[in-house]
Design a protein around this ligand. Sequence first.
Ligand SMILES: NC(=O)c1ccc[n+]([C@@H]2O[C@H](COP(=O)([O-])OP(=O)(O)OC[C@H]3O[C@@H](n4cnc5c(N)ncnc54)[C@H](OP(=O)(O)O)[C@@H]3O)[C@@H](O)[C@H]2O)c1
Length: 215
Amino acid sequence: MKIGILGSGLMGGTLGTIWAMAGHEVTFSYARTPGKLDRLARGAGARTGTPAEAVQTADAVLLAVHWSRVEDVVSRAGDMDNTIVLNCCVPLDRQNRDLVVGTTTSGAEELARLRPDVRFVSTFNTSPSEALFNVFSARDESPRPHLLYYGDDADAKAVAGRLIADVGYEPLDAGPLRTARFVEPFAMVTAELAYAQPGGPELVYRFDRIHRHSE
Ligand SMILES: NC(=O)c1ccc[n+]([C@@H]2O[C@H](COP(=O)([O-])OP(=O)(O)OC[C@H]3O[C@@H](n4cnc5c(N)ncnc54)[C@H](OP(=O)(O)O)[C@@H]3O)[C@@H](O)[C@H]2O)c1
């Protein structure tokens, strides 16, 4: 797949590198220093470009910028009509402390309202960047950790499912885009566990069901 990365920081840089290692054609874009994009691309065997170039021929795009930069990067991305966009952004304030939208809407829904031409699917927002390489290294082990994904576009969800699996997770379908109202606060739980509680940031999770033992 051709994958465009909008925002090549902790999430975009790591996921783009993993997808390149998994055999995809990755284009990194949107960092403050072009040298950073070049280093990432050289390390991953990938390309660099402007946001518009990253989007132009992409089968899928990862949106991975701070919430305050979303409108800027999307406005630089040019024609995104029908583009499949995996959105990992959590709608945080500048201090990364509080959600700036929630309960009756969500970052994901606001983004979809802003760009109805784009086929959004939300995922990777509940995974600390520090876990991603470890998940990729352990991709042949079972069971795999889960990763939630949700959205209203079936094709976008199918593409996201494949890219999630390529990183080494088992994709867990959490329903429509509206689920974002509940998952974005849950992303703050994963951040609390990763960064404030003991154990380190390489956090993964797995949902399970327990069935009653027959007597
Ligand atoms: N980090 C995590 O573990 C994690 C987990 C789940 C969800 N998320 C969400 O994922 C999104 C991305 O997070 P992140 O941690 O990857 O952020 P990040 O490391 O700060 O990366 C953001 C990227 O945007 C670029 N950027 C910022 N301002 C810019 C500007 N004015 N012009 C051009 N480029 C600019 C940064 O450039 P530079 O590289 O030059 O700084 C960087 O490449 C956020 O919405 C966050 O809430 C993050």
